[in-house]
Write a protein that binds this ligand. Structure first.
Ligand code: C2E
Ligand code: MG
Ligand code: MG
Ligand code: MG
Length: 281
């Protein structure tokens, strides 16, 4: 009997599984330390207006300067942060850092003459679905001396649908504070545009998986054109993500897409590099 149990135990602790669990625990620990040691940083990717080419904003993208592993992208650590609620602290750090940066850029005149530039922040579902999220945003704005008009919040379809009871009121509160509300990665979820008409939204970001299949893929053309045209018809601003070629830009602009973000315009850059990039324009 003992032997049978021993075998069962052995099966449960498959080496690969145990290693993954252990690696996650280490990562969780390092994430918490990283926050207190200030190892996180925001990179900024420019967004421009289709018609004028003017800078309209920058998306803040989280990076972690890991002491051993170097510069890490969110895909390498966000999933662990979300599982362990560390994401709330990390998400608040992102908001405070973005608000402080928006203020600094205005004080230093860096974005002057480049349009009413906003910094867009990615939210995790844990943050948005928490009661009192709008109050947290309000507090961050007050503490950092930033205006709601300087920031934009990116949510995914899934976050909106999972919280469909509270989402309309929360979004209305955020917009009343001057923030822009965007739906990120649109087209990858299971929401219909009709569903989104019930929500107070400003902007829709076309997922880069669609952009990547342009200009040649006929299926991607049909879907993307339909999304852009419907969104524009609903009064939403449409931003295309992952724009890498002039051919993609031209096609999307012809359909009514108003803003572009992607390697064709600029890659995500450190704050210092972004400032130099803006000055050089
Ligand atoms: P996202 O919000 O869809 O951000 C766009 C991602 O596409 C970024 O990856 C960006 O570097 C990449 N990208 C931009 N232009 C191009 C292009 O032309 N070609 C290609 N191939 N890629 C491009 P990144 O920085 O690795 O971020 C990945 C995801 O992590 C983001 O996707 C977002 O969902 C999440 N994320 C980033 N920062 C934060 C954050 O502060 N908080 C939360 N909760 N999530 C974040
Ligand atoms: Mg985003
Ligand atoms: Mg996106
Ligand atoms: Mg994404």
């Amino acid at each position: 009997r003992a032997k049978a149990r021993g075998r069962a135990t052995y099966q449960f602790f498959e080496p690969a599984l145990a290693e993954t669990a252990y690696a996650d625990l280490v990562l969780e620990d390092e994430l918490a330390q990283g926050l207190t040691r200030n190892e996180f940083e925001l990179f900024f990717q420019p967004q421009v207006e289709a018609t004028t080419g003017q800078l309209s904003g920058a998306e803040a993208l989280l990076r972690w300067r890991h002491p051993q592993r170097g510069l890490l992208s969110p895909d390498a650590f966000i999933f662990v942060a979300e599982r362990h609620r560390l994401m709330l602290a990390l998400g608040e750090w992102v908001m405070r850092e973005a608000a402080a940066t928006a203020r600094r850029w205005r004080e230093q005149g860096i974005t002057q003459g480049h349009g009413p530039m906003r910094i867009a922040i990615n939210l995790s579902r844990m943050q948005f679905n928490l009661d009192g999220f709008a109050d947290t945003v309000k507090r961050v704005l007050e503490e950092s001396g930033a205006k709601g008009q300087w920031l934009e919040l990116e949510l995914t379809e899934r976050m909106l649908i999972e919280d469909i009871e509270h989402a309309p009121a929360t979004l209305a509160q955020l917009r009343a504070m001057g923030l822009t509300v965007s739906v990120d990665d649109f087209g990858t979820g299971y929401t219909s545009l009709a569903h989104l008409t019930e929500l107070p939204l400003d902007k829709l970001k076309i997922d880069q998986s669609f952009t990547a299949r342009l200009p040649d893929d006929v299926g991607a053309q049909a879907i993307t054109r339909a999304i852009v045209q419907m969104a524009v018809g609903l009064g939403l601003t449409v931003t295309a993500e992952g724009v890498r070629s002039a051919a993609q830009w031209q096609l999307l602009a012809a359909w009514g897409c108003q803003q572009f973000q992607g390697e064709l315009v600029g890659a995500p850059m450190s704050a210092g590099d972004f400032e130099a990039w803006v000055r050089a324009r």
